[in-house]
Design a protein around this ligand. Structure first.
Ligand code: ZN
Length: 584
């Protein structure tokens, strides 16, 4: 029996969606309803039920009592015939994970607005999207939910095969620009919502070649009628969330291309985001950890494999930019350098393994504290470095016959295309199977230890040099990070001069050596000192003035650089060309 939802925005200025849910055949003992606690792709319990107002029920006889039985569950009294529920959702979250509504646009994910009907999650769903009252009829709808009577881009009826599909198609409504292209004979469209000055032809060209690169890697685009990049353009913002045939993106206005000038770093980061989310169409939306098949959305769902799904995706996002020609090889070296610097300059990589980072993401990576940089390693960034190391290891040890590309294709055919989940030991086993190599020692080091796989010798096989230095900063370091526009300390680096002196997150640093601290110019102020020098730091902790002697340390090597080696052998150059799909 079809479950029917009506999503309306009667008064967009109240930032509330109105939802009506009609269940033709509710459970006779009393229908139970629930709302997911987290959204697939973002591994933090966000308790979307926080935004649900009172749920009222009625049947053919009148009101039906609805009682809450837990933070995200509702119990209805037994109903006579069809049961209709009504409720409001407060929608004032600009992120890709939330719902947002005002008199300029509306956006939501299914997990934000659609209560699940217990026991009927596999039933087909119909969704009626209603044009908001009191808003001019210039609003349109962008979603990959299949149309069920609605005209293209219009309000009306849509459908989903089941609840799992219902919550995998975000919905945008408002006035927007549609940038058209096609990939593998399937329409691909970038929907730009918000003010922008985008060079649409250029964006279409670059999106197309990046998507084609990923399709070529996997050998096919999964079956779909269209793909949408639902992009919210803001003054400042950045983020994305993957879905089966769309992605929700937030970007800053200046990340979109405004002319035919050289691809700048801001635009490259947007293209990297596009590339990242599109790669997820295979890697995590279809090739999934076994624990996500099906998703259990009431509570945390633990896996040590997130580095495979986010790290490998983070490796291929930029790699596809250079392979497709969207960026230059020198830009790729810069991006690799920045990522390596991010991972290796934070002490967290010596504290947490990639497996631990994946498993504990629910309470660590997604719940940052002042100690995060000291205690947590990102399974995105370090995962990408390990993917790089794995790719080059496979190429090196099989003499160029097998690469991570082959492993991704095998993952697709064995797991993604079949719908079978990847067991916790499945990725490593498949790497060994595809390559014929014994890789236990590699994975023990890369995934289950905090020791970094040495990158330099691997890159040398492709004629690429990696070097580290202190960068352009002073030769001494205090080891603190300030809050933005403030002299308050956000974090204190583990083992640093500041930690040894007893400085703490939250302290307001007012003077060093008797001179006022100006955070923006602290680096130049420190340039006058040498490692080993000691002086007083004045600070407020709460409202108490404190003085602590600080002995400066030598600045750690914090900047990593990648560059092609001009003296590379022909074999190394050939290996590099195979890797980057570019003549080197
Ligand atoms: Zn991702």
């Amino acid at each position: 029996m079809t479950i029917e939802y009506t999503l309306a925005a009667s008064e967009p200025r109240t930032h509330r969606f109105n939802v009506t849910l009609r269940i033709a055949e509710p459970t006779t003992s009393g229908q139970i309803l629930s709302l997911p606690a987290w959204i697939p792709g973002s591994y933090l319990v966000r308790d979307y039920a926080r935004f649900v107002g009172r749920v009222s029920g009625r049947d053919e006889r009148g009101a039906v009592r609805v009682t809450k039985t837990s933070k995200n569950r509702w119990q209805c009294a037994p109903a006579s015939g069809a049961l209709t529920l009504e409720y409001e959702i407060f929608a004032w979250d600009q992120s890709v994970r939330g719902a947002h509504l005002d008199d300029t646009h509306g956006f939501c994910n299914g997990v934000n607005v659609f209560l699940a009907v217990a026991g009927q999650e596999d039933q087909p769903v119909r969704v009626h999207l209603r044009h908001p009252d009191n808003i001019e009829s210039t609003w349109r709808v962008a979603t990959t939910l299949p149309r069920d009577g609605a005209q293209p881009w219009q309000f009306g009826a849509y459908r989903a095969a089941d609840y799992d599909e219902l919550i995998d198609h975000p919905i945008e409504m408002g006035e927007f620009t549609v940038v058209d292209t096609d990939v593998a004979d399937v329409p691909h469209r970038v929907v730009l919502c918000g003010r922008h000055y985008c060079d649409e032809d250029r964006l279409a060209r670059d999106v197309k070649r990046i998507c084609e690169e990923h399709v070529a890697l996997f050998g096919e685009l999964p079956a779909m009628d269209e793909y949408l990049f639902l992009t919210r353009v803001l003054g400042q913002g950045y983020g994305g969330l993957e879905h089966r045939s769309s992605t929700a993106l937030v970007c800053s206005r200046d990340q979109l291309p405004s002319d035919d000038a050289d691809t700048n770093a801001r635009y490259q980061s947007f293209l990297g985001l596009v590339s990242h989310e599109y790669f997820h169409t295979w890697n995590v939306k279809r090739i999934k950890p076994a624990v996500f098949t099906p998703y259990a959305l009431d509570a945390e769902s633990y896996t040590e494999l997130l580095w495979v799904f986010e790290g490998i995706t983070s490796y291929y996002d930029d790699l596809a930019l250079v392979r497709s020609g969207a960026i230059r090889i020198d830009d790729y070296w810069r991006l690799l350098g920045a990522m390596t610097t991010r991972v290796l300059s934070a002490p967290g990589h010596q504290e947490q393994t990639l497996a631990e980072s994946s498993f504990d993401t629910w309470i660590k990576f997604y719940k940052p504290t002042p100690d995060t940089a000291n205690a947590v390693v990102s399974y995105y960034a370090k995962g990408a470095l390990i993917a790089l190391a794995l790719d080059l290891t496979l190429r090196d040890r099989t003499n160029g016959k097998v690469s991570l590309d082959d492993v991704m294709r095998a993952l697709w055919s064995r797991y993604g295309a079949t719908g079978n989940g990847v067991p916790e030991d499945g990725f490593e086993a498949l790497c060994e199977h595809v390559s014929g190599l014994e890789l236990t020692a590699f994975f023990d080091q890369a995934i289950r230890s905090t020791e970094m796989v040495p990158l330099a010798p691997l890159l040398q096989t492709c004629g690429v040099d990696v070097s580290s230095s202190q960068g352009d900063g002073p030769s001494v370091s205090l080891g603190v990070v300030f809050e933005p526009d403030s002299a308050r300390l956000r974090s204190v680096r583990r083992g640093s001069a500041a930690e040894k002196a007893g400085l703490a997150p939250g302290d307001e640093l007012i003077a060093l050596n008797g001179l006022k601290v100006v955070p923006a110019s602290l680096s130049s102020a420190l340039a006058a000192y040498k490692p080993g020098q000691t002086f007083d730091a004045h600070l407020f902790r709460d409202d108490e003035l404190m003085v602590r002697p600080v002995t400066l340390d030598a600045a750690p090597e914090t900047t990593w650089r990648f560059a092609a080696n001009d003296d590379a052998t022909a074999a190394q150059r050939a290996r590099r060309a195979e890797w980057l799909h570019r003549d080197a």
